[in-house]
Design a protein around this ligand. Sequence first.
Ligand SMILES: [Zn+2]
Ligand SMILES: [Zn+2]
Length: 144
Amino acid sequence: MKQDNFDELLRRSGLKNTKTRSAILEILEKSEQPVTAEQVFLELKNKQISANLSTVYRTLETLAEKMLAKKLNISGDSRAMFEYNRLVHRHYLVCLECKKIIPIDFCPIKNYEKTLEEKTKFKIAGHKLDVYGYCPDCQNKIQE
Ligand SMILES: [Zn+2]
Ligand SMILES: [Zn+2]
């Protein structure tokens, strides 16, 4: 996405466009995986943009509040992770060993929601599902 689009996104969300904010949005957008505040902080450093870790954290929180980013709280891990809000519904595979998080595009619950609504008369608003296990790298390490 072009830099102008990030400016536009920030302005539409009522946020002032700062170099740090648009740079953080760009980092989130380019990243295939959810990232921690520390990772964003290091990326900014690579781009020669100076911001301290607490500013990065606050900015991520603000972006999440404005729905420009999504904050993920994966249970069992105290670090919050953030990803660009692509407005798609996603589930994650989480490695219990190295804490790697891999998005899954497929949602196995969607059809089941309809069945549940019919059965229970609930109006279902959403669901959360994360799948835990050990990634191939960690399986190899464990076997060694
Ligand atoms: Zn792993
Ligand atoms: Zn789902």
